[in-house]
Each structure stands twice: as C-alpha cells, then as structure tokens.
Write a protein that binds this ligand. Structure first.
Ligand SMILES: *[C@@H]1O[C@H](CO)[C@@H](O)[C@H](O)[C@H]1NC(C)=O
Ligand SMILES: *[C@@H]1O[C@H](CO)[C@@H](O)[C@H](O)[C@H]1NC(C)=O
Ligand SMILES: *[C@@H]1O[C@H](CO)[C@@H](O)[C@H](O)[C@H]1NC(C)=O
Ligand SMILES: *[C@@H]1O[C@H](CO)[C@@H](O)[C@H](O)[C@H]1NC(C)=O
Ligand SMILES: *[C@@H]1O[C@H](CO)[C@@H](O)[C@H](O)[C@H]1NC(C)=O
Ligand SMILES: *[C@@H]1O[C@H](CO)[C@@H](O)[C@H](O)[C@H]1NC(C)=O
Ligand SMILES: *[C@@H]1O[C@H](CO)[C@@H](O)[C@H](O)[C@H]1NC(C)=O
Ligand SMILES: *[C@@H]1O[C@H](CO)[C@@H](O)[C@H](O)[C@H]1NC(C)=O
Ligand SMILES: *[C@@H]1O[C@H](CO)[C@@H](O)[C@H](O)[C@H]1NC(C)=O
Ligand SMILES: *[C@@H]1O[C@H](CO)[C@@H](O)[C@H](O)[C@H]1NC(C)=O
Length: 453
C-alpha cells in the first residue's frame, strides 16, 4: 500500500517533469498540501486553496481511493463549462468552489459544517488544457476534532425506594468519547463498575444508560457522567430517593362530633403521609366512597347520617390505618305534636323559668337547606307568616303553599342559655287560603259574564 508521504513525492516528481518545460501549458501549484494533516473542529468550515500557473481546464475534488493516486468519489468540480456539486449524501450543500480562471490564477474549495465523516483523506485533481500534459494531484488529510458535550437526562430525578431508577447520558464529540459513570460522595468520586450488583450500565454509540436497580436512600445523591476523547467533559444529575411514610395524627381532627339535622360536619381521617395516603370511607348506612384528600364533608340531613364513619387510609408500602369518627345527635327536648300555623295564628311555646329572651330557629324539614333566626324578647309566642319564610321560594315554583318545618326554641338568661332548646319537629306553615280562594271566585264570575254576552 502506498503511504501518504510517497504520494507527496509522486506529486513532486510530476512537477519536476513540468519545470523541465516538456509541455508548455502544464499546470503548476505554487504550494501544495502534499498529504499533510490539517486539524479541523467539528461544525466549523475549512478552505482548501492554491495559486497556480499554467493552462488549467478543471479541478476535481473528491475522496481518495485507498490504493492509488486517484479520485474515488467526486464531491465538487470546477470546470471551464461551470461548477458542479456532486450528489453525495453526506456532502449535499456543504461543498463550495471558486476559480478566477486566470493564469496565473487562484482556486479555492470550502467544506462547511465539518462532520465526523470528514475525518479522512481528500484528493484534488488539476487537469490541464493540454491533453498531453499530466494531471497534478494534491492530497490533504483532515483530522476532525470535537470536544465532548455531555448531557444527563433527566438532570434530577426523584423516586421511591425499592424501585429502579435510571439516567441517560447523551454525548457528542469526535472521536467518539468513552463514557464513565461515577457516584459522588462528598468530595470523593467513585467509579461505578458496569457489572456491579446495584447498578446496570447500558452503553450505546453516543449514549449510556445508568440503571439503579433497586433504589435505596443510600443511592441518593449526585451521579456524574464523564466523557473523554482528547479532552473530557462531565455532567451531574441528582437522584433523590424517598420512602413512603404514613402515620396517625390525632391532633388533626376530632373523632367525635355533636350535630343536629341541617348542620354540616367537616371530618377528617387522622392520618398524614408522603405520598398522601389514599383514603376511603364507610358511611353509617354502609356506603363506601373514596375521597381525594383526608377530609370528608358531611351534611347531616337524615337520621341515618348520624353514627359511625370509618375511614381507611392506605399508604404505598401496604400500611393501613382505620379510624372511627362518630356524629352524635345533639340532645334536645323534642315535641312532635302536629302544629299547623296559618297567617294570624301565633306559634306559642311554654314559658321557661328565668328566661329574659327567646330565640327561635327555623329549619326547613325536608331539605334542611336554610334556616332563619327570630329574636322574640320575653314573649312566649310569635306569628310566623308563610310570606316571611326565606326558604319558601324553592317550593313556590311548584305552587306548594305549605312548608314543613322544625322550630327550635332557645331560652336565654341574662348571661347564658337556659337548659336544652325545645325542638318542635312537626310544624306546618300554610299560606292564607283566602287570597287564592277570592281570586278563583273572581275568575269564575268573569267566565260566566263572558259567556252570557
Ligand atoms: C496524519 O494523521 C494520521 C492519523 O491521525 C497519522 O496516522 C499520520 O501519521 C499523520 N500524518 C502526518 C504527516 O502527520
Ligand atoms: C496566493 O497569492 C496571493 C497573492 O498573490 C496570496 O495572498 C495568497 O496567500 C496565495 N495563496 C496561497 C494558497 O498560496
Ligand atoms: C470508494 O468509494 C466506494 C463507494 O463510494 C467505497 O465503498 C469504497 O470503499 C471506496 N474505496 C476506497 C479505496 O476508498
Ligand atoms: C441524489 O441521490 C439520491 C439517491 O442517491 C436521489 O434520490 C436524489 O434524487 C438525487 N438528487 C439529485 C438532485 O439528483
Ligand atoms: C430492594 O432492596 C430491599 C432492601 O435492600 C429489599 O428488601 C428488596 O427485596 C429489594 N427489592 C428487589 C426487587 O430486589
Ligand atoms: C428509565 O426511566 C424511564 C422514565 O422513568 C422509563 O420510562 C424507562 O422505562 C426506564 N428504563 C429502564 C430500562 O428502566
Ligand atoms: C460516603 O463517605 C462517607 C465518609 O467519607 C462514608 O462514611 C460513607 O459510607 C460513604 N457513603 C457511600 C454510600 O459510599
Ligand atoms: C348513604 O348515605 C349517603 C350520604 O347521606 C347517601 O348519599 C347514599 O345514597 C346512602 N346510601 C344508601 C344505600 O342509603
Ligand atoms: C371501629 O368500630 C368498629 C365497630 O363499630 C370496631 O370493631 C372497631 O374496632 C373500631 N375501630 C377503631 C379503630 O376504633
Ligand atoms: C307540644 O307543644 C304544644 C304547642 O306548644 C303544646 O300544646 C303541647 O302540650 C306540647 N306537648 C308536650 C308533650 O310538651
């Protein structure tokens, strides 16, 4: 095989023949690369240029045949007829050439956006106008260099203990850098061996994946990817290994509530944890439901809403917690005698010894949506006209002219509530019948008069 330096001699010997003046138009290069090396940076561009004498017909730029001094693949041609770039996949759009077509003259080729494939030998064939003259060759070897550029994906990772975690290190550079993984412990960096029990390393061209097979809290910390060719570059990524926790915290919320119908209770499962535990509830009537947080909002509507609520919290590491939370019904004296109130009829209650003031609370029986308060001073009766009820509007739409309500009577002394309030649970408040009856009679009359005409 012919060495590069031999080729150089070959070029020289051709030139010598010409200077002997054997052929008049023989092309001569004033200086040549002569097979020497040129170092170029990945991504940069490189100019090949010559000054020449003689009658130049064309210059062909190509890759060199391994064995002989000849073009193997043509990349670009400068000719009397014009310039042409060849259709070679890795070189499309990267080759340029210029020639001032004088004698003596200048020729220049440019290779842009240097890639790894350009790390090879290029040959330039100078053809003379005179077919009797020999071709002149020049040869250059490009030595491509690209420092490593390293990136770890993801740059930070948080994982649960006991599961695998992985980082991928992407590396660019030429020559292709070698990749090493290291674990940082304080100021000490320890190389991770590819066949260790705790780690697995999958290497590919230009990337390497580090798998922490079973993350433990000791695996937390910085991992370093080091890539080296003629220089080195490193990148760091952080692995945070957390373990799930779940614990009871009875300070969070009470386990017992007292409420009456119509009230709301905000109960919670007495548990905290990371990640937040999954909480499910069993209601007093046996219904199961899940909540997104540890909180359950209960509106006490019916008798069956009192009782025991059981919450179950599930952590990630299969730990469970159950807790009972109870809603007790607020004790009060109830009076379930049927009471019907129409306009003009007072609602009356029993006098309480020592009371200086009474407070009346009205609760709509069926929906328990709203309630209203009436202050009554020392009198033991009050009129509650249907038209004054704040929650009648909902039922008015359905033309209902009566409401079932619960009335609570609370007696106040000078400084405090006296005894338990009395609940009247069976009260019906009706709209005055006369107004609607009157209008019905008027309507009937006008109907008769209309028909008589
Ligand atoms: C050019 O580079 C090649 C490859 O790196 C090397 O083998 C050769 O010796 C170098 N030639 C010269 C003349 O420096
Ligand atoms: C060609 O000649 C010009 C001036 O005559 C000079 O500036 C230039 O550097 C020369 N180029 C080469 C490649 O020798
Ligand atoms: C010449 O080019 C062909 C294809 O482009 C390639 O397969 C071959 O290896 C080259 N030969 C030499 C000696 O460089
Ligand atoms: C370049 O060559 C490829 C295949 O080698 C072909 O598909 C493409 O059409 C060619 N382009 C031109 C401009 O000739
Ligand atoms: C992960 O490590 C823990 C503690 O060392 C061990 O109990 C567990 O079995 C391991 N899991 C796997 C999948 O190897
Ligand atoms: C590496 O982690 C990613 C994201 O967490 C995951 O999709 C992928 O399956 C993991 N690969 C291996 C080999 O564990
Ligand atoms: C980190 O370094 C400290 C002290 O140098 C050592 O005690 C500890 O075991 C090291 N941890 C790991 C995971 O190697
Ligand atoms: C149980 O109670 C809840 C809340 O009051 C209610 O939504 C649900 O319909 C009830 N289920 C049964 C079967 O009564
Ligand atoms: C909750 O109540 C049930 C029965 O009502 C009982 O079996 C269970 O032990 C209680 N759980 C707790 C944590 O108090
Ligand atoms: C219930 O209230 C009504 C009306 O105030 C009253 O007449 C009746 O005696 C009370 N019943 C009882 C058991 O207190």
């Amino acid at each position: 095989m012919l060495g590069v330096s031999n080729l150089y001699l070959c070029v020289l010997s051709v030139s010598f023949t010409i200077t002997d003046g054997l052929v008049a138009g023989q092309v001569q290069l004033e200086s040549s690369y002569g097979g020497s090396n040129r170092t170029v940076k990945l991504g940069s561009s490189f100019d090949f240029s010559w000054n020449y004498t003689g009658d130049l017909n064309s210059v062909e730029w190509g890759t060199k045949d391994r064995e002989i001094l000849e073009v193997n693949v043509t990349l670009f041609t400068l000719a009397i007829g014009g310039h042409s770039a060849a259709n070679v996949s890795q070189y499309i759009g990267r080759c340029l050439g210029s020639w001032n077509r004088q004698s003596p003259g200048q020729v220049k080729f440019t290779l842009n956006r240097i890639k790894a494939v350009d790390n090879q030998v290029f040959i330039f064939k100078f053809v003379s106008d005179d077919f009797a003259a020999s071709n002149v060759f020049d040869v250059v070897q490009l030595i491509v260099k690209g420092p490593p550029v390293v990136e770890i994906v993801p740059p930070a990772l948080s994982t649960l203990r006991g599961v695998p975690a992985n980082f991928t290190c992407h590396v660019e550079g030429f020559p292709l850098p070698t990749i090493k993984w290291k674990k940082q412990n304080g100021s000490v960096e320890r190389e991770i061996s590819a066949n260790s029990a705790d780690f697995k390393i999958n290497s590919h061209r230009g990337s390497s994946q580090l798998i922490v097979q079973n993350a433990s809290t000791a695996d937390s910390g910085y991992y370093i990817c080091k890539a080296s060719n003629y220089v080195s570059d490193t990148a760091r990524a952080f692995l945070g290994v957390v373990y799930p926790v779940m614990y009871e915290d009875h300070g969070l919320c009470p386990t017992s509530f007292v409420a009456t119908k119509g009230e709301s209770v905000l109960m919670c499962c007495p548990v905290k944890g990371f990640p937040p535990p999954q909480v499910s509830w069993e209601l007093p009537n046996g219904t199961q439901l899940e909540t997104e947080s540890t909180v359950l909002h209960v509106r006490v509507n019916t008798e069956s809403d009192f009782g025991c609520y059981r919450c179950t919290a599930r952590g990630l590491e299969k730990n469970f917690l159950t807790a009972n939370i109870t809603i007790h019904e607020k004790k009060s004296n109830t009076n379930d005698t049927k009471i019907i109130l129409t306009d003009g009829v007072n609602f009356a209650w029993e006098k309480v010894q020592g009371a200086s003031n009474y407070l009346i609370r009205l609760l709509e029986n069926k929906f328990l949506k709203e309630n209203s308060l009436l202050g009554c001073g020392t009198s033991t009766s009050v009129e509650i006209p249907y038209s004054s009820l704040p929650f009648k509007s909902a039922t008015e739409k359905s033309k209902k002219r009566q409401l079932e309500v619960v009335i609570e009577v609370w007696a106040y002394g000078n400084t405090k509530i006296i005894g338990d309030g009395i609940r009247y649970t069976n009260v019906e408040i009706r709209a005055d019948a006369t107004t609607s009856t009157v209008s019905l009679i008027i309507l009937l009359l006008s109907f008769v008069i209309y028909n008589l005409q």
